[in-house]
Design a protein around this ligand. Structure first.
Ligand SMILES: Cc1ncc(C[n+]2csc(CCOP(=O)(O)OP(=O)(O)O)c2C)c(N)n1
Ligand code: SF4
Length: 267
């Protein structure tokens, strides 16, 4: 299928600003699904609210555009009722880890077979550049005009600690790795978390004088390195990208079905 066959052209032009990283994530997702050879009917995409969450409107899968921070709760219901479908949940960093932080850690703890994509632009894009739990200290935001003092979460460490069984990080600069990781995350049976470092030139970039979208992507290239690289040993400040964790652990829907069977007396 061609890329255009996966998108709802009637909703274009999209609402993203020129240079926004979210379109690159959409592209990586389409390439991953195409490489998997999956039909659009086998996929349910559930999103909350945010610039990132608009992806679900543009993709021609089964889609639910729900409420801010609650996408994983809706997705859990969908997956439990239709475990044969692949459920993908794209979220902004605010959506996933501010208002949605509790849903995030509990979905990971249950190891439910959902692919969570955290589009981490370190800011609330849709509402005008407020700081998020991933903005990090020293950064500027509309709500931190003298710089932010809150420490940021590390999505990867948090997902691992909460019990996710596939955990990876990449950036919008590394488009091939992005498509490959989303591909593997969808295939993985269990809760998969893919952090995509992503540029918001309109708010994070402008407030922090990071320049154009291209300059922001060059910056992401410069500050990241493959997991375990020599560069990381020489410069511990670099952020690692790649697959950090992939392990088998009982998946929630399978366990739930066992309980149903037990309750039915083995029938
Ligand atoms: C319950 C609720 N609280 C707050 C909002 C306002 N709101 C909409 S999107 C958003 C944050 C968007 O930031 P993020 O999730 O990081 O996504 P981005 O827009 O950066 O892609 C907020 C606070 C809302 N829609 N619903
Ligand atoms: S405000 Fe930021 S996140 Fe939202 S569309 Fe514009 S560049 Fe993208």
């Amino acid at each position: 299928m061609a890329v255009k066959d996966y998108i709802r052209q009637r909703f274009f032009p999209h609402l993203w600003c020129a240079g926004c990283g979210h379109g690159i994530v959409l592209n990586g997702l389409i390439r991953a699904v195409e490489n998997l050879g999956m039909s659009r009917n086998e996929i349910v995409m559930v999103s909350g609210i945010g610039c990132s969450s608009r992806i679900s409107g543009y993709m021609d899968f089964h889609t639910l555009h729900t409420i801010h921070g609650r996408a994983l709760a809706f997705a859990t219901g969908v997956k439990l009722s239709k475990p044969e479908l692949n459920v993908i949940v794209p979220m902004g960093d605010g959506d996933a880890l501010a208002i949605g932080g509790n849903h995030f850690i509990h979905a990971a703890r249950r190891n439910i077979d959902i692919t969570a994509i955290v589009m981490n632009n370190r800011i609330y894009g849709m509402t005008g550049g407020q700081y998020s739990p991933l903005t990090g200290p020293g950064m500027m935001a509309t709500t931190a005009p003298y710089s932010n003092i809150d420490q940021g979460f590390d999505v990867v460490e948090m997902a691992k600690a909460a019990g996710a069984t596939f955990v990876a990080r990449t950036t919008t600069y590394h488009v091939q790795q992005l498509a490959d990781i989303i591909h593997d995350a969808i295939l993985h049976e269990g809760f998969s978390v893919v952090e995509v470092m992503c540029q918001c030139p309109t708010y994070f970039g402008r407030k922090n004088k990071q320049g154009s979208a291209v300059e922001m992507m060059r910056h992401m290239k410069a500050v990241t390195t493959p997991i375990g690289s020599k560069a990381k040993k020489e410069n511990p400040e670099l952020i690692e990208r790649g697959v950090f964790l992939q392990e088998d652990r009982p998946e929630y829907c399978n366990e739930y079905n066992r309980i149903i069977e037990r309750a039915m007396g083995g029938k």
